[in-house]
Design a protein. Structure first.
Length: 210
């Protein structure tokens, strides 16, 4: 016995099979190849992140664990979640409880975590955007959306100037999450409300020599 959904989808498939496939040329005249010296790219990226009300911390790769522990301590995170592939050395200075995420943990269960620590794939200085692509150190989308605090490590070498340059570094087949500051929206009186669709606080640790 077919359901209404199956009937509708079947008719759509039949219609698509009969219709000729349109050939549409999509212009791709984007500005590409833009570069900036490291210090200017860092300054632009930091300015955009701060404008979005994200917390920004810069450090060398050797101080990654120290800075992450400092951020988590200052924000009172005693129980954190991490993706399975996160570099264990990054948590070497943290003395709280660490829960490794897995697909078997339901999304509501992640709400018991104080924070999540992830790596990142790419950054865009011009828009202050961080791209996560589900790689081992970044985990699934739910892990970066449910906990109220997201500590995200970004390597300056992976920060591009503009969107076209950043997108060119991504793998199209991977699930991509774009983060531009903490989750926020405005109510009917245009009052900013944070933490509606994701973390209320975003702390970005930028490793300037990585």
């Amino acid at each position: 016995m077919t359901t209404a959904r199956e009937t509708v989808l079947g008719r759509v498939r039949d219609a698509l099979a009969l219709a000729p496939a349109p050939v549409t040329a999509v212009p791709r005249g984007y500005r590409t190849g833009r570069t900036l010296p490291d210090d200017e790219r860092l300054a632009l990226f930091t300015d955009r992140l701060v404008d979005y009300r994200a917390q920004v911390h810069t450090c060398t790769a050797a101080r990654t664990a120290e800075v992450i522990a400092q951020v988590l301590g200052e924000l009172g995170a005693r129980r954190i979640g991490v993706p399975g592939g996160l570099d264990a050395q990054w948590l070497g200075a943290y003395d709280g409880e660490v829960q490794e995420d897995s697909a078997g943990i339901p999304a509501p269960g992640l709400d018991a975590l104080d924070a999540v620590v992830t790596a990142s794939a790419v950054g865009c200085a011009e828009t202050g955007t961080i791209f996560l692509d589900g790689s081992p150190g970044q985990g699934r989308r739910a892990l970066s959306l449910v906990p109220d605090l997201h500590v995200c490590v970004v390597d300056l070498s992976a920060v591009e100037v503009g969107v076209p340059e950043a997108v060119a570094r991504l793998v199209p087949e991977r699930p991509t999450t774009l983060i531009s500051g903490p989750s926020a929206t405005s109510d009917i009186e245009l009052e900013r409300v944070e933490g509606v669709h994701g973390p209320r606080t975003l702390a970005v640790v930028i490793r300037v020599d990585a």
